[in-house]
Design a protein around this ligand. Structure first.
Ligand code: ADP
Ligand code: ASP
Ligand code: MG
Length: 464
């Protein structure tokens, strides 16, 4: 048997009759073994987050309305696409809707939504999307069956951000996906969702359907993992910021990891890991222009003379600085800073320390800035009283802007060009970090300067 292909379709690819027809054509164009992974339709996961918030605040009626609206949208899509052939998909949606409303009611009663409950609520989006896509594929001549990834994609119990367990997932994929494919059925699997080994629903985090596709590709030893989205590949910048950003034909796993980590939403940061380990190429393609070459992500890419391949940005962040002359050369100082972030379970996106050791700054999500500030003030209360630490200060909102490319390694003058371009654009740089891999240079700028910074760096390296 030839190796299967895993297709993943994102939210905009499953959100309208036209888009779903395009999905069916893409899947039908291949004949071998195939697995399809689907996201929730665009906006659905956000709406579910809101419903959970409404329920937590006690407003069960508003939460219920949100779910009913989503249910109706999906049922209408099915009616438009396949008419009466959608009966079983419809009844599945009605069933899921009832259960999700019941769940939200209990959240509203308790006025508490644990990460575990939130995962169960969020799974609704993918679980109503999969039967819809399976119904259309079947109606268009591709025998397909919707499958929830609960009991298939096995994870640990870090709700909201679960980590797939590849060996267990491989066993389940052998049992559930392989026989279906052998009999000519295309499994249509819910993205982002998984479960613990004993069946409790988990999610892999926002944007997690890409990750699901890569994990299933690794579990199946797939030939290729194709991520279909609404742009023709990974581009030299977010096309919403830079109108003439260009698709990149090929990037390495390392470049993809850096790009996605620093904000290229087009691919989930952890997607590349399972693919690297299994040596499976990942391709980013456009559902609406499926013949465009897209971007291939593979272990290595042919060396060319581009220096910065892409410029990304990540907003919604804050910068916390601990500063004081009394910390120079004091061993264990940084360790205490990171003990604090660990104890508060705050993820640190970027660190920068001045060589004088006078200050250390941390970039964290904006919603944890105040908590980190208070915790650091507690941790260093004695040093603050003695003025060994002068201050713990916050700067927010800020954004990280990153220039990424393997061609930067060992190329002198890249930083100078970046700062020159930012200077000409009047962008003030608050902090800088460069990974020792020399694959990226990351800068912290004020949120208001984010777009100008991306445009300036893009212009410097791509538009000359
Ligand atoms: P999907 O729903 O298919 O997962 P996403 O919205 O998660 O799609 O990701 C695709 C979007 O990522 C694009 O529409 C684009 O605006 C954004 N994006 C950000 N940075 C980049 C980049 N460097 N290249 C391509 N797209 C990018
Ligand atoms: N539906 C999920 C989200 O919006 C996962 C995904 O689209 O990849 O984050
Ligand atoms: Mg996405």
């Amino acid at each position: 048997m030839s190796k299967p292909i895993v297709f993943k379709f994102g939210g905009t690819s499953v959100g309208s009759p036209g888009a779903i027809e395009a999905v069916a054509k893409i899947v039908a164009a291949e004949t071998g073994e195939r697995v399809v992974v689907v996201s929730a339709t665009a906006g659905t996961t956000d709406a579910l987050v809101r419903a959970a918030e409404q329920a937590t605040s006690g407003d069960a009626a508003a939460a219920q309305q949100t779910i009913e609206r989503l249910s109706e949208e999906h049922r209408n899509l099915i009616a438009d696409l396949v008419g009466v052939n959608g009966a079983s998909a419809l009844s599945e949606i009605v069933d899921l809707t009832d259960r999700t409303i019941a769940l939200l009611r209990s959240v509203a009663l308790l006025r508490e939504c644990s990460p575990r409950s939130l995962d169960a609520i969020l799974s609704y989006g993918e679980r109503v999307s999969a039967p819809m896509i399976a119904a259309l594929l079947t109606a268009r001549g591709v025998a397909a069956e919707a499958l929830s990834a609960e009991g298939l994609l096995i994870t640990d119990d870090v709700f909201g951000h679960a980590n797939p367990l590849l060996e267990l997932t491989r066993e389940r994929a052998e049992q559930q996906l392989v026989p279906r494919m052998r009999y000519g059925t295309v499994p249509v699997v819910t993205g982002m969702v998984g479960s613990t080994a004993d069946g409790v629903t988990t999610t892999l985090g926002r944007g997690g359907s890409d990750y699901s596709a890569a994990v299933l590709a690794a579990a199946l030893g797939a030939r290729e993992c194709r991520i279909y989205t609404d742009v023709s590949g990974v581009m030299s910048a977010d096309p919403r910021i830079v109108a003439d950003a260009k698709p990149l034909p090929a990037i390495s796993y390392a470049e993809a990891a850096e790009l996605s980590y620093f904000g290229a939403k087009v691919i989930h940061p952890r997607t590349v890991l399972p693919a690297i380990e299994a040596g499976i190429p990942v391709r980013i393609l456009n559902t609406f222009a499926p013949d465009d070459p897209g971007t291939t992500i593979a272990a290595t890419t042919p060396r060319d003379n581009t220096v910065v391949k892409a410029t990304t940005s990540l907003g919604g962040l804050g910068l916390v600085t601990v500063q004081g002359a009394g910390m120079s050369g004091v061993p264990g100082f940084a360790a205490r800073v990171f003990d604090t972030t660990a104890a508060e379970k705050i993820s640190v996106l970027m660190i920068s320390q001045a060589s004088s050791e006078n200050s250390i700054c941390l970039v964290v999500p904006n919603d944890s800035v105040k908590r980190l500030d208070a915790a650091l003030k507690r941790m260093f209360s004695k040093e603050l009283a003695r003025h060994d630490v002068e201050k713990v200060a916050i700067e927010a909102p800020v954004a990280i802007v990153s220039a990424v490319g393997e061609g930067m390694r060992g190329t002198p003058g890249v930083a100078a060009r970046i700062f020159g371009a930012l200077g000409r654009a009047n962008v003030n740089v608050i902090a800088i970090a460069q990974g020792s891999s020399e694959l990226n240079i990351s800068l912290v700028v004020g949120e208001k300067d984010r777009e100008a910074a991306v445009k300036a760096i893009h212009r410097e390296f791509h538009e000359s």
